[in-house]
Design a protein around this ligand. Structure first.
Ligand code: DDH
Length: 287
């Protein structure tokens, strides 16, 4: 079935699981990237593909995979995501029937599960669109800003305060790169494992401004090896946000459950599913 033409091939659960397995194997094999995994940058690709959604106009979202094209590919927020898109190209070549839009989201789902995160139910059905569907710049959050800006951005997608904090827990993964965003460093000591450590560190570490030539960011006072963005610190400066940070810092299971639910919502924003699109839960490679 792998070489079948997209038009006469109706993929089922086993076909999507085969794509999942191929991504998971490629993650294992390419362990020389960054902190040892393409996982975090795959999660970020899926998020930036989805996070352009505007609930009022119904534009943006993961349907379309318009980040393949200029101008969206060169939006500042998307710097470095070419690495994730290129990582997925051989998978697309092996399974030509899957749309880029479905593949990018499956990449995020696979990465989260393979990095020991919760199960992320997945529903295919996204269709690729051309450059005319590219979203305008400025729809993704600006790391230099605070709680008001973060709320404006995520309310536009249709999220509430609790959901915004749950989503931000993805910063347990990965790091900032001066070459991409100008910021520098990881949020946690285990940036390739999904945990609630982002919340624990926000609450339990002392955060101070880092003295350096780069953009304003925080460092942990004790080791100076971790970072927080101004938009991260907003989650403990704002009382409402902070209550949810405390909840997730105290209980990883609660965080995993809420994170799974909210990232499914993120990944499905603006996607025109039909009743023919069932939801799948994939086995990890270990299982
Ligand atoms: Fe993020 N993020 N993010 N983020 N993000 C960066 C990296 C990663 C913000 C800014 C940055 C989410 C929310 C926010 C991931 C996932 C998610 C970087 C560094 C910046 C800057 C990029 C670089 O230099 O390479 C801001 C601001 C917000 C906000 O909430 C206000 C959300 C919701 C997610 C998600 O996945 C649900 C991941 C993963 C990374 C690490 C990427 C990597 O290459 O490593």
């Amino acid at each position: 079935t792998q070489g079948a033409e997209a038009k006469d091939f109706k993929p089922e659960f086993k076909d999507f699981q085969a794509v999942y397995n191929e991504i998971a194997k490629a993650l294992q094999e390419n362990d020389d990237y960054d902190d040892g995994s393409y996982g975090p940058v795959l999660v970020r690709l899926a998020w930036h593909a989805s996070g352009t959604y505007d609930k009022v106009t119904g534009t943006g979202g993961s349907n379309g995979a318009t980040m393949r094209f200029d101008p969206e590919s060169s939006h500042g927020a998307n710097a470095g995501l070419i690495n994730a898109r290129n990582f997925l190209e051989p998978i697309k070549a092996k399974f030509p029937w899957i749309s880029y839009s479905d593949l990018w989201i499956l990449g995020g789902v696979t990465a989260i599960q393979e990095m020991q995160g919760p199960k992320i139910p997945y529903r295919p059905g996204r269709l690729d669109r051309d450059f005319t569907s590219c979203t305008p710049d400025g729809r993704l959050p600006d790391a230099a800003q605070g709680a008001d800006h973060v709320r404006n951005i995520f309310y536009r997608m249709g999220f509430n305060d609790q959901e915004i904090v749950a989503l931000a827990g993805a910063h347990a993964l990965g790091r900032c790169h001066t070459s991409n965003s100008g910021f520098d460093g990881p949020w946690t000591f285990s940036p390739t494992v999904m945990t609630n450590d982002y919340f624990k560190l926000l609450i339990n570490s002392k955060w101070q401004w880092r003295k350096w030539d780069g953009p304003k960011q925080y460092e942990d006072k004790e080791t100076k090896s971790l970072m927080m963005l101004p938009a991260d610190i907003a989650f403990i400066q704002d009382k409402t946000f902070k209550q949810t940070v405390e909840k997730y810092a105290a209980d990883n299971d609660v965080f995993f459950k809420d994170f799974s639910a909210v990232i499914v919502k993120l990944f499905e924003l603006g996607v025109p599913f039909t009743e023919a699109n069932p939801t799948y839960v994939f086995k990890t490679l270990e299982q």
